[in-house]
Design a protein around this ligand. Structure first.
Ligand SMILES: [Fe+2]
Length: 268
């Protein structure tokens, strides 16, 4: 067929590629803003390496966001994979609002002193002492986590990373339907780590851990669906996710209030 029929049109969306990830703007074309794109630098940087991953969830994306905004769940869900411990659950995170240069969301900083090295850290190197661990992440609109994490032997100075494990990760959620979600992720480590098998070992550990997350969140969604008369009860662990949900709900409301009346543009 030399010429497509005039009615064979599809809707056209703005698209951008950043750090190997493809972003599609589904909203009002005039409001597409490149400044909102997350800086997932470690996905596309010579100093970092990773194996990218994907999972599918049969749950709403906000339940997954809740999970990512409360790392106390490491203690209950990931004790045998990512190294959860009671100390992680008890460590009170600092939660700050992000609202500048087009980026909106929350920053969550959690420091846990003097805890055992998680099993997958031992693939990087042997430790003869406990570690001081940290998780510092931005969780940005609409649902992207960008995290610096790591651990250094207890007693090493805060600016001495010569014996530390240092990772950077990105996890981002794309709603598929009201009750299903695409989950993209990568966890990067420094390219200076000599053993190439570590990259795949780390990926396999992540898959194991993320299956633990998915089992938990899927069960939570089933419980919420079957017991819809019960509302979720926020606990003090939930300060980051409560703040994020409120910010997101406010932004959605503002967008609805300013949305044009049923203007749909089609392009050949
Ligand atoms: Fe998790």
């Amino acid at each position: 067929m030399d010429t497509p029929p005039p009615k064979a049109c599809v809707k056209k969306y703005p698209l951008a590629v950043k750090n190997k990830w493809v972003f599609v703007w589904m909203g009002d074309v005039e409001k597409a803003d490149l400044a909102m794109l997350p800086d997932n630098f470690s996905c596309d940087h010579p100093d970092w390496v990773n194996v990218p991953g994907y999972m599918h969830y049969d749950t709403p994306y906000l339940l997954i966001a809740d999970n990512l905004l409360d790392f106390s769940h490491l203690s209950y869900v990931h004790a045998n994979t990512l190294g959860g411990s009671v100390a992680i659950a008890l460590a009170k995170p600092l939660v700050e609002v992000i609202d500048s240069n087009g980026q909106r969301g929350v920053k969550v900083s959690r420091f846990i002193p003097d805890v055992p090295a998680p099993p997958y850290y031992k693939r990087f190197q042997d430790f003869d002492s406990n570690l001081d661990r940290w998780f510092i992440y931005d969780f940005l609109f609409p649902s992207t986590l960008l995290m610096h994490s790591g651990g250094r032997p207890v007693g090493d100075a805060a600016d001495d990373n010569s014996r530390a494990v240092i990772n950077h990760s990105c996890q981002t959620l794309t709603p598929e339907t009201d009750s299903s979600t695409h989950y993209f992720f990568q966890q990067s480590h420094r390219a200076s780590v000599q053993d190439p098998s570590i990259r795949h070992n780390m990926f396999n550990t992540l898959i194991e851990a993320f299956n633990e997350d998915r089992d938990t969140i899927t069960a939570q969604f089933k419980n919420l669906t079957e017991n819809a008369e019960h509302e979720m009860l926020p606990l003090h662990f939930d300060s980051a996710l409560i703040r994020f949900r409120k910010m997101l709900a406010d932004a959605v409301q503002v967008e609805k209030n300013s949305a044009p009346h049923t203007i749909v543009k089609f392009h050949k």
